[in-house]
Design a protein around this ligand. Structure first.
Ligand SMILES: Cc1cc2nc3c(=O)[nH]c(=O)nc-3n(C[C@H](O)[C@H](O)[C@H](O)COP(=O)(O)OP(=O)(O)OC[C@H]3O[C@@H](n4cnc5c(N)ncnc54)[C@H](O)[C@@H]3O)c2cc1C
Length: 393
């Protein structure tokens, strides 16, 4: 049975007054799309652990793929407030769908835009913005997750082309992506980005099964067995770990907004349920213990909203530091995880069913807290930033 999505966004501190009409219009159009296209089907896809590929066209149409990329490359040239709002609204629907959009925009289009040649920009960006091409981002390896600098995937100069060998794992969008941005070391141990295309001989993308989290998102490996890469597929304008880290900064910024979307959906669901569900002759919303949960949820959401709003203004002014983005990503995800757990309890037994979105959000957030830098690594980034001492190396 398709579900009706009754979501109403909490705005306890009248933050809407800080948004422009354009931001509110973008939010409305993305929210309407999520209500119409995502909410009615997502639970079914998550339960079956399938990716709803039919949503890709719609995601492109609402501007979810690279909204900040300039118009001449097929993007919308929007600001970072708009980008954050789009990610918030999509993740309010499902973290897996937001992951697909984040990867496409921040981890595939952004590096081509920021580090690519003009030819690469013109060749790939318009098709990525329209969803005609889909991409993935290969950084993590079986033995190198939090420490990507230790990667062993490598490429060698073979005259008029490179030869790429190695493997990446936990790669979102890998099973269906047309291209992959792959980070690998050259003969001198320097990290570079390469654009690898599906169909290149020796390149395969086996799907990862048995996930209990992000079940409506396709995850896979990237395997390179002597893959011949044309030299023009190397991203010419970056080398070293700062290349992939620059992309992660973009994506983490989107997650900071996105995870709050998941938190808002859990809060909104729990509030509505608490007002309707009666026990001992009155709505459970009338009991102090349930009010405590709800009051704490809206407090944390409001604090998170203020944080990402300020982060967006800093990002628009090109002043947001990686450590500030790191703090917001960790805070939003932790807030969302806590709210999902509390909201699930408010729904009692119903909270564990697929009739409501809470359990799905809760399970999704277990990936969101780990990818794009784990909770612990982000804490250590803040620790290092304020003390000047790196505690994770
Ligand atoms: C569903 C999903 C999708 C993903 N999509 C992508 C993708 O598209 N592209 C991509 O490249 N990667 C992707 N990832 C990989 C993700 O970024 C990694 O899982 C993450 O970086 C953590 O690496 P790891 O799993 O190897 O954990 P590890 O690095 O092995 O960490 C295990 C634990 O040790 C802790 N730890 C590690 N080092 C330290 C330290 N120095 N001090 C204290 N604690 C430490 C961590 O915080 C963590 O709790 C995805 C992961 C998931 C689950």
């Amino acid at each position: 049975m398709p579900k009706t999505d009754l979501f109403e966004s909490p705005d306890y501190y009248q933050l809407d007054e800080l948004l422009t009409d354009e931001h509110k219009l973008i939010r409305k159009s993305v929210r309407d799309w999520v209500k119409k296209e995502v909410s009615p089907i997502i639970e079914d896809y998550a339960q079956r652990s399938a990716f709803p590929k039919q949503l890709l066209k719609g995601l492109a149409a609402i501007g979810a793929f690279g909204p900040t990329i300039p118009v001449q490359y097929g993007g919308l040239g929007l600001d970072y407030m708009a980008y954050g709002i789009i990610m918030q609204e999509i993740e309010r629907g499902d973290s897996g769908i937001r992951s697909t959009a984040s990867v496409q925009g921040s981890l595939v289009m952004y590096p081509i835009y920021a580090y690519g040649s003009e030819e690469q920009r013109m060749k790939y960006l318009p098709k990525l913005a329209s969803g005609e091409l889909m991409g993935c981002f290969g950084l993590t390896e079986p033995d190198h997750g939090s420490d990507p600098g230790g990667m062993t995937t490598n490429f060698k100069d073979a005259g008029d082309h490179y030869i790429l060998n190695g493997a990446k794992m936990w790669i979102s969008n890998a099973p269906f992506a047309d291209i992959a941005i792959v980070w690998a070391k050259n003969e001198h141990g320097k990290i570079h980005g390469l654009i690898v295309e599906r169909g290149m001989e020796g390149f395969s993308t086996p799907e990862t099964h048995n996930k209990w989290s992000l079940r409506a998102s396709a995850t896979g490996e990237l395997v390179f067995d002597n893959v011949k890469i044309p030299k023009e597929n190397l991203l010419p304008n970056v080398s070293g770990l700062k290349g992939p880290l620059g992309c992660l900064n973009q994506a983490r910024y989107g997650i900071a907004w996105g995870a709050l979307g998941a938190a808002m959906d859990c809060y909104d669901t729990a509030l509505r349920y608490a007002k309707e569900r009666k026990q001992f002759g009155k709505p459970i919303a009338a009991f102090q213990l349930q009010q405590k949960k709800l009051a704490e949820m809206i407090t944390e959401i409001t604090k998170g909203q203020l944080l990402v709003w300020r982060l967006a203004t800093l990002k628009n002014e090109n002043k947001a530091t990686p450590a500030q983005i790191s703090m917001a990503k960790r805070n939003s995800v932790e807030t969302a995880m806590h709210i999902a757990r509390e909201a699930r309890q408010i729904l009692g037994g119903m909270g564990i069913t697929g009739e409501y979105p809470i359990m799905r959000h809760m399970m999704n957030l277990e990936s969101v807290v780990t990818y794009e830098g784990t909770h612990d690594i982000h804490l250590l980034i803040t620790g290092s930033d304020i003390t000047g001492e790196e505690a994770f190396k």
